[in-house]
Design a protein around this ligand. Structure first.
Ligand SMILES: Nc1ncnc2c1ncn2[C@@H]1O[C@H](COP(=O)(O)OP(=O)(O)OP(=O)(O)O)[C@@H](O)[C@H]1O
Ligand SMILES: [Mg+2]
Length: 323
C-alpha cells in the first residue's frame, strides 16, 4: 500500500542562545534527530516515549508548524518542506492537529460556532449560511447539541471542549489528524468516550491518525502500529502486537514492562531503568540509550546502531538484535 505520509531523516535542532555576548552559540537542542517512518491510509500510528523525547516537535514538523533543520516530509508523494507557500497552504488543509490541553487551545472570547467555522473562514470556504450549517453538522457529528454554537468555551467541561477541538479539526475534511496527547488532560471515564469518538470518526471519514501519548494503556486501545521514541530518535517501530508481546529494543522492553500485569499468570517483570533521560543538548555517544541500558556492551558507547528489520513490519535500532 502506498504511504499517505513518508518521513525521512527528519531533524530539528533548536539553536541555543549563547552565554557569551556577541558570540553565536554553536550548541543546539537535538529535539528530533533523524526520524524515519511511514503512515498508511486509515491506520493509527502511535508515538510513545518519555517527556522531552521529541514527540510534539515531530508532530509540529510533520504539518510544517515549524521548519525542519533537514529531512523530507512527503504527503501523498509531495514534499511539504520544499513546496511553495500557496501549495503548502492547500495541502495543509488535509493535515489537522488536536492538542492536549482543551482549555488552552480554545480562545475564550470566541463562540463555539465561530471557533469551529474558523478554518472555513481562513481558507475562504463557503458563505455565512453554509458555514453555519456545517458547524451544526459538526457539532452533531462529535456528539454535541447544535444549539451549543452560540455558547463560549468556558461553559463546557474538558471532555466537551475536546469534542469542540475535534469538530474544529474536522471542519475542512482532513485526511491526516495528528492527535498530540488528546486525552491526557481528561478524567479516565471521559478519556474512553473521546477515544471511542475518535475511533468512530476514523471509520466514518476514513481518517488516518498519528496518536501521540505517554499513556501505554491508551495507546493499546487506539493504535495499529507504534513508534517508540528516545532522545529524538525512533528506536523501535512495529504493530501493537509486536511492540507489546515481542519488544526488541531494551528501552521498549523497559517502557512496556511498566504496564500493569493483565493476569496473575503474566510473568512480565517490571524493568526499572537507571538514571534519567540525558539532555538532548548533549546526547551520549554511540547508542543514545547506552548509559541507561541494562544490557549494553562495549560497542554501544562507540557506534550508533543501525536499523534492523526483524519482521516485515518490525524494526529496531540496537547492536544486540540478531536478524
Ligand atoms: N522551541 C524550542 N526551543 C528549544 N528547545 C525546544 C523547543 N521546543 C522543544 N524543545 C526541546 O526539545 C525537546 C523535545 O521537546 P518536545 O516538546 O518535542 O517533547 P515531547 O516528547 O513532546 O515531551 P512531552 O511528553 O513532555 O510533551 C525538549 O528537550 C524540549 O525542551
Ligand atoms: Mg509533547
Amino acid at each position: 500500500m502506498e504511504a499517505l505520509l513518508e518521513v525521512k531523516d527528519l531533524k530539528k535542532h533548536f539553536p541555543v542562545a549563547s552565554t557569551i555576548p556577541f558570540k553565536k552559540s554553536t550548541q543546539s537542542v537535538k529535539a528530533v534527530d533523524g526520524v524515519n517512518f511511514n503512515v498508511y491510509p486509515g491506520e493509527t500510528l502511535g508515538v510513545v516515549g518519555e517527556s522531552g523525547c521529541g514527540k510534539s516537535t515531530m508532530a509540529r514538523l510533520v504539518n510544517q508548524l515549524i521548519t525542519p533543520t533537514s529531512g523530507i516530509v512527503h504527503f501523498k508523494g509531495d514534499d511539504l518542506v520544499t513546496m511553495n507557500k500557496e501549495t503548502l497552504r492547500e495541502t495543509r488543509k488535509k493535515i489537522q492537529m488536536i492538542f492536549q490541553d482543551p482549555y488552552a487551545s480554545l480562545d475564550p472570547r470566541i463562540s463555539v460556532g465561530e471557533l469551529i467555522a474558523e478554518p472555513l473562514v481562513i481558507h475562504n470556504v463557503g458563505d455565512k449560511a453554509s458555514r453555519k450549517k456545517r458547524v451544526e453538522e459538526l457539532l452533531e457529528i462529535v456528539g454535541l447539541n447544535k444549539r451549543f454554537a452560540d455558547r463560549y468555551p468556558h461553559e463546557f467541561s474538558g471532555g466537551q471542549r475536546q469534542r469542540i477541538n475535534i469538530a474544529r479539526a474536522l471542519t475542512i475534511n482532513p485526511e491526516l489528524v495528528i492527535c498530540d496527547e488528546p486525552v491526557s488532560a481528561l478524567d479516565v471515564s471521559v478519556q474512553a468516550q473521546v477515544i471511542n469518538l475518535l475511533k468512530q470518526l476514523q471509520a466514518e471519514f476514513q481518517l488516518t491518525y498519528i496518536f501521540i501519548s505517554h499513556d501505554l494503556n491508551v495507546v493499546r486501545y487506539t493504535c495499529d502500529r507504534i513508534a517508540v521514541m528516545y532522545l529524538g530518535k525512533i528506536v523501535e517501530i512495529g504493530t501493537y502486537e509486536q511492540i507489546y508481546s515481542n519488544p526488541k529494543h531494551p528501552y521498549t522492553k523497559a517502557l512496556f514492562s511498566a504496564i500493569p500485569k493483565e493476569s496473575p499468570f503474566d510473568d512480565k517483570e517490571r524493568i526499572i531503568l537507571k538514571g534519567t533521560v540525558p539532555s538532548p543538548l548533549n546526547p551520549p555517544s554511540g547508542c543514545s540509550f547506552h548509559e541507561r541500558c541494562p544490557v549494553a556492551i562495549d560497542i554501544c558507547s562507540k557506534q550508533e546502531p543501525n536499523v534492523v528489520t526483524t519482521a516485515n513490519t518490525h524494526q529496531a535500532s540496537c547492536h544486540l538484535i540478531q536478524k
